[in-house]
Design a protein around this ligand. Structure first.
Ligand code: NOJ
Length: 536
């Protein structure tokens, strides 16, 4: 593919206005930090992080350069899936604090010119949610249609897994994820007329579920949160192979938000920006599942950003271009450093290669998302017993390593009471040691963020054009631009010097790690383990 053809097409002024006007302005420069509240900072000594702990660490996040937060679910829950099994959408989980504490957190965030997204789980509740308990009753009531039920215990909802045999109601209830997470009912895209229990999106039950979802959003937005990261956003409407029903549902939510909360930001866990941005989300993640080839970069047998020169970035780039062409002007395609569901970045990418990976993450379009602890290279903790439904994900959710005091400064609780055991190794990275070391990953990321902030072309809505991204080859080169500047980004994670032919003449270096390039006769030679940004 000729990458020079790959800039987004020229749009008419009207098209651009339509597509960009409805974006909250603050997203243009947003750089997010994901907080897993249970593991961030514990102020009451119970071994679990809390809202007050987050408040105490806001200045740390701001100093790093992040100006926005996504906090994982913090609502009442039996915590069978770390809070993604909500039992009361209107109540903060007592272990983190009260609704008033949460409100105070919003205020503290805003005082610092920052924003915060809550995590909305619209697809399922916990089995302990009072709605589900009502829904299990044999007698018809207001919650009978709140979940997806078949009308006989002997019939299972096709392809969904189910809960059955625990209710007086004669039926099986579809599950959305774990078997204790019953699926909320937003209807079927094309209900099978033979199966009367399959309701359409326009039936009263699904419409009531959708209205309740809006009530939940209204409640927290009114209290002061700035929007939501939406869990499994692409899976709400059932038997919806092209997601047309789910897209329609989110467009309905978009109308509501545009009317009542135009500054609220929405990011989907969907992994298909062409669909989710069409549905009215402002941002979508590229993820470890779905068609994006995100895993090729950091989390496969031979990740591109490892040093062994065996990776391949080309499929990721091809898919990225496809998404960018289809959706890039409607919203932001976001590439996270990791999250609570993936292996820690540092599990496969080691040493200075982490710096090259961040030179990539912080120079791509879309809002960057840094998973707590990735900024200091926190490691995946091997061999842990599952905590709160974490299973293999538990090792990526261990307590934040703040300093060299007991429990790495995370909590004053006895070590065996910590939510998840800490990385036990003596050389575990800490914020304290990395802040003191000019050559640390933390300091590199801080530099990269400040460079991004000083160059609009590198920010969330700057254009991208891929210059060199060939199959099984290094380096990886792209051009970021806005009306004022063009910046060439050159990345070589491999442990060998490489070169490429280049039509652009690098004029001024604004960032480099690992030396400098050599330019001669249109050929650019790039040192091993190198990242550089050049104005051209
Ligand atoms: C995606 C969340 O990120 C994950 O942690 C959770 O287990 C599932 N959705 C189910 O809600």
């Amino acid at each position: 593919m000729d990458y020079n053809e790959c800039t987004a097409k020229n749009l008419t002024k009207k098209e651009t206005e339509y597509m960009t006007n409805k974006q909250p302005k603050w997203l243009d420069e947003a750089i997010f930090y994901e907080i897993y509240p249970q593991s961030f900072y514990d102020t009451n000594g119970d071994g679990i992080g809390d809202f007050k702990g987050i408040m105490e660490k806001l200045d740390y996040i701001k100093e790093l350069g992040c100006n926005a937060i996504w906090m994982n679910p913090c609502f009442a829950s039996p915590f069978g899936d770390a809070g993604y099994d909500v039992s009361d959408y209107y109540l903060a989980a007592p272990r983190y604090g009260t609704n008033d504490d949460l409100k105070q957190l919003f205020e503290e965030v805003h005082k610092r010119d920052m924003h915060i997204l809550l995590d909305l789980v619209p697809g399922h509740t916990s089995v302990e949610h009072p709605w589900f308990k009502e829904s299990m009753k044999a007698a018809k009531n207001a919650f009978t249609d709140r979940y997806v039920w078949t009308d006989s215990i002997w019939e299972e909802p096709r392809g969904m897994g189910c809960i059955r045999g625990i209710s007086d109601r004669d039926g099986s209830c579809a599950v959305n994820f774990f078997s204790h997470q019953p699926a909320l009912n937003y209807g079927f895209y094309e209900p099978d007329p033979e199966k009367k229990w399959q309701q359409s999106m326009e039936d009263a039950g699904p419409l009531a579920t959708l209205e309740e979802l809006k009530n939940i959003m209204r409640f927290w937005l009114t209290m002061g949160c700035d929007g939501f990261r939406v869990d499994m956003a692409g899976s709400l409407v059932k038997h919806d192979p092209d997601s047309k029903g789910t897209i329609r549902l989110w467009q309905n939510v978009r109308e509501f938000l545009d009317k009542e909360f135009p500054d609220a930001a929405m990011i989907s866990e969907w992994g298909e920006p062409d669909k989710s941005l069409e549905g009215g989300f402002h941002m979508d993640f590229l993820l470890h599942f779905g068609p994006s080839h995100y895993n090729d970069l950091f989390r496969c047998e031979n990740p591109y950003f490892a040093s062994n020169e065996k990776g391949d970035v080309s499929k990721f780039v091809d898919k990225y271009i496809e998404n960018y062409e289809k959706a890039g002007r409607k919203g932001l395609i976001c590439i996270p450093s990791g999250n609570h569901d993936m292996d820690r970045l540092a599990r496969n990418i080691k040493g200075d290669n982490l710096k090259i990976a961040f030179a990539f993450l912080l120079s791509m379009p879309g809002a960057p998302f840094i998973y707590y602890g990735d900024e200091i290279g926190m490691r995946y903790v091997e061999g842990l017993t599952s905590v709160e439904g974490g299973y293999g994900r538990t090792g990526s959710r261990s307590p934040m390593q703040w300093d060299h005091s007991p429990n790495a400064g995370f909590s004053t609780a006895p070590a065996e009471k910590l939510y998840i055991p800490l990385d036990e190794r003596d050389d575990r990275p800490t914020v304290e040691s990395q802040m003191a070391d000019e050559n640390s990953l933390y300091q590199e990321i801080k530099r990269l963020i400040s460079i991004r902030k000083n160059h609009k072309a590198l920010q969330n809505r700057g254009e991208i054009q891929f210059v060199y991204a060939k199959e099984n080859t290094y380096p990886f080169v792209y051009l970021r631009s806005d009306e004022e500047e063009k910046i060439l980004v050159i990345l070589n994670p491999s442990d060998r010097e490489v070169s490429f032919a280049c039509n652009y003449v690098p004029k001024e270096m604004i960032y480099s790690f690992g030396g400098n390039i050599l330019v001669s006769d249109g050929k650019v030679t790039v040192p091993a383990c190198f990242a550089g940004y050049y104005i051209v």
